[in-house]
Design a protein around this ligand. Sequence first.
Ligand SMILES: NC(=O)c1ccc[n+]([C@@H]2O[C@H](COP(=O)([O-])OP(=O)(O)OC[C@H]3O[C@@H](n4cnc5c(N)ncnc54)[C@H](OP(=O)(O)O)[C@@H]3O)[C@@H](O)[C@H]2O)c1
Length: 300
Amino acid sequence: MEKINLSKDFRISKLIHGQWRMADWKMNTNEILKLTEQAIELGITTFDNADIYGDYSCEELFGNVLRVKKELRHDIEIITKCGIKIISDKYPNRITPHYDYSYDHIISSVDTSLKKLNTDYIDLLLLHRPAPFFNPAEVAKAFSDLKKSGKVLHFGVSNFDPMQFEMLNAHTDEKLLTNQVEISPFCLEHFENGNIDFFLKERIIPMAWSPLAGGSFINPKSEKELRVSNALKEVAEELNIDSIDKIIYSWLLKHPVSIIPVIGTGKIERIKNAVDTLDIELSLEQWYKIFIASRGEPLP
Ligand SMILES: NC(=O)c1ccc[n+]([C@@H]2O[C@H](COP(=O)([O-])OP(=O)(O)OC[C@H]3O[C@@H](n4cnc5c(N)ncnc54)[C@H](OP(=O)(O)O)[C@@H]3O)[C@@H](O)[C@H]2O)c1
């Protein structure tokens, strides 16, 4: 599979495997290892985690894989995130869920991630969400120290808008390499808020979380979900493609901004579906048919 350059010295796979739901997969370490090796065989070498995933358990689940098979570390790129503090039995003194981008929290969150992941470096650290209380100078200092110590190689953000991205970029020596945002035929938010245009302008390659909107095309409920699912079905029939997920991934991959989907399934055959879409070419009209179905009204 083709690799994508996020910077001169950092390449990741064109598809990322997301580990948010890993605790729900109810897999033991050997099963997660097998899934990971199968993904790598398909060319997916980049894995997306976060400190909070699975109530603070998913980094450890993946770290166990790296403990039993250390050599895997050299074949993969690890993304993890920090900044959200959720209510959890693991942090009994926490009363109010909040965001924390203080120097101390970023550093200690990375140290904990490194321990859980059984690694001594993180390839890409993302700030999980923008925050109303945010001191970019403090974040910049944390990034700089993490880079110097070799604990984090690259930095980015998630769910930021263009202004928030530029604000942090103006403070940090470590250029932000990506913004991981929700993009799918069911979520056009970033076409509407200027983010996609900003990515094109700045040549930023975005990552798309929940590319299948959590699987809502399987059992569409709202009017919008029904409209989009019907359009996807029509395009699948036109192209003689056997499953809707492939049409969704090709819709994302067609866009010139070079969206990298973060695949959320725990099933290898479904991961394979995503890889198969690299050969599918939607026409511009098919791309718009899906876009317009999601918009719910014709283009002006
Ligand atoms: N930065 C952020 O704020 C943020 C937020 C959310 C997620 N993320 C990242 O994005 C990743 C993906 O998010 P997501 O899990 O919501 O992704 P998704 O791909 O939109 O949804 C995956 C879900 O859809 C189900 N599904 C049903 N039919 C499917 C099919 N044919 N093919 C594939 N999946 C199907 C999967 O179940 P099965 O497992 O049974 O296939 C799984 O529960 C996460 O793992 C995480 O790494 C980031």
